[in-house]
Design a protein. Structure first.
Length: 161
């Protein structure tokens, strides 16, 4: 009995097919990169805004817990300081760096009931991407709003009402 060899069929891709697939991937990547860049910028700015919100909540909690006036202050250069004053001695509770963004300078003081002091004040802190990032339609620069009652919120559409 004699074995007959069947014709061997090629498997795989031709060079043309491979070039077409690479071209399609390159076109899709070029379309998606600007959106990815805006997403990453927004994520960094939002992360910094969340640091401001949590640090303000910490200051409020410490004011209630210590039964003292506790102050959160931003120097505008990337550091949030939470302090309290006993007599003439100012004591630091925490100093928090804000890494990826710029937080506008602000000061907010919470009394022992968790409200802003003096009562009736309203504090807003802007967070942006720094001097190289412009707030536009794609890049959102949120505002941290501290209400007179002490509630801290984050508004992504600019100024809070």
């Amino acid at each position: 009995m004699r074995l007959v060899n069947k014709p061997h069929s090629s498997s795989g891709f031709t060079l043309i097919e491979l070039m077409v697939v690479v071209s399609v991937i390159a076109i899709l990547a070029m379309k998606g990169l600007p959106a990815l860049s805006a997403y990453m910028t927004n994520s960094r700015i939002r992360e910094s805004a969340n640091v401001v919100v949590t640090t303000a909540a910490l200051a409020r909690t410490e004011a209630i817990k210590r039964n003292l006036v506790v102050t959160i202050a931003s120097d505008g250069a990337g550091t949030l300081n939470v302090t309290y004053l006993v007599g003439t001695t100012q004591t630091s509770i925490r100093s928090v760096p804000v890494a990826h963004s710029r937080v506008g300078a602000f000061t907010a003081s919470f009394d022992s009931t968790g409200r802003l002091t003096p009562f009736g004040t309203d504090v807003q802190a802007t967070v942006d991407g720094g001097p190289t990032v412009l707030c536009s339609g794609e890049v959102l620069c949120p505002t941290v709003h501290i209400e007179p009652g002490g509630m801290v919120s984050l508004c992504t559409s600019g100024a809070c009402s």
